[in-house]
Design a protein around this ligand. Structure first.
Ligand SMILES: *Cc1c(COP(=O)(O)O)cnc(C)c1O
Length: 365
């Protein structure tokens, strides 16, 4: 068997160690006589799996006791709607920062759910092509807004910020962390709600993490569908109905793998190093490769880049594929290439990509 170096933006690479364990346990989980996919979500075995997953996630992120952890379905896209359904009372509005395709989708969906005037753009970098985060003077919040929503890592445009750079507004901050959660330590207490679809940096698609401060749970109107109500999900341990059991199980194994790597401080060290290798290759290519994002805002997880001569794009992708470097084609909205280098991408994979890029440039420049 030979595995590719998988630079997919998502669903994305998972740690080989975790996949091997999943394979070993597929037919018989710990002597249960069946696999996790086949067991009741209400039984003892699965209860132990979801409880361990929550405990390990709490430990990794240092989640304070006054936050609830939910394992939901519907992806981050469902949260675009579910957040205003739960946190935006009638007659109020919420503020949104638009710094890339995902936060732009989030505000559009909130407007659809709560009405066009209920979700307000409090700052946008669309005019500069989403090539940086907003500066302080560019954010104009409404002090009465129910919350401020932002995306801390724009997966398509490769723009990332951490909690030290959050706008200081005093209002509840809601963050889409789908593509960089668990890649670095986070001060959870700075956020009212954090959410993330699993298939970038956590596990298989199908489960969405929601980490929400207790006092924000239970504010939904009575007309909200039961399955969308954070309070009902929290009361029922994310098991009002059948949860995505297999995805939760694999995510739980990834949490244990992260703990074995040394937790998020160590993951940040590794991720920073990987990103430095790749950005150095781009920046030192004398313009052959180019990343358009302001240096301070560059993502460590998603690295979009273009070739100076787009006529070489097809050859780049074909030769990369032949060298075992897969899924490097950029998102159609930005073109060029994108290398997603999540937690599960080993440093050796980034080294292989950099060696290929250097060699390709020398041959084609
Ligand atoms: C992928 C992604 C989404 C959408 O996730 P789904 O699980 O497909 O709904 C939302 N936000 C960000 C930042 C993403 O990377």
């Amino acid at each position: 068997m030979s595995r590719i170096w998988n630079f997919s933006a998502g669903p994305a690479v998972l740690p080989a160690e975790v996949l091997e364990q999943v394979g070993d346990e597929l037919l018989d989980w710990h002597g249960a006589g069946c696999g996790v996919m086949e067991m009741s979500h209400r039984g003892k075995a699965f209860t132990s799996i979801i409880e361990a997953a929550e405990a390990d996630l709490r430990e990794l992120l240092g989640i304070p006791g006054n936050y609830r952890v939910l394992f939901l379905q519907g992806g981050a896209t469902q949260q675009f709607a579910q957040i205003p359904m739960n946190l935006l009372p009638a007659g109020r509005s919420a503020d949104y920062l638009v710094t890339g395709s995902w936060s732009k989708k989030a505000v559009k969906e909130a407007q659809r759910v709560a009405g066009p005037a209920s979700a307000r753009v409090a700052g946008s970098t669309e005019a500069v092509g989403f090539t940086r985060f907003l500066d302080d003077g560019e954010i104009a919040v409404d002090a009465n807004a129910a919350y401020l929503h932002l995306c801390t890592n724009e997966t398509i445009h490769g723009v990332e910020i951490d909690c030290s750079r959050l706008p200081k507004t005093g209002m509840p901050i809601v963050a889409d962390m789908s593509s960089h959660i668990l890649s670095r330590p986070v001060d959870v207490s700075k956020y009212a709600l954090i959410y993330a679809g699993a298939q970038k940096n956590v596990g298989p698609s199908g489960v969405t993490l929601v980490i929400v401060r207790e006092d924000l749970v239970g504010r939904a109107p009575a007309t909200i569908p039961t399955v969308m109500d954070y309070a009902v999900m929290a009361e029922n341990g994310s098991m009002l109905n059948t949860p995505p059991t297999f995805a939760i199980y694999v995510a739980g194994l990834v949490f244990k793998w992260l703990k074995r790597q040394g937790g998020l401080v160590e993951m940040e060290r590794i991720n920073r190093h990987k990103a430095e290798l790749l950005y150095a290759c781009i920046d030192e290519s004398e313009g052959f490769y180019r990343n358009p994002v302001r240096v301070a805002d560059r993502s460590r997880m998603n690295v979009p880049f273009t070739l100076a001569d787009p006529a070489l794009d097809a050859a780049f992708l074909a030769e990369a594929q032949a060298a075992g470097l897969a899924s490097l084609k950029g998102h159609k909205s930005v073109g060029g290439m994108r290398a997603s280098i999540y937690n599960a991408m080993p440093t050796d994979g980034v080294r292989a990509l950099v060696a290929f890029m250097d060699d390709f440039r020398k041959r084609k420049a």
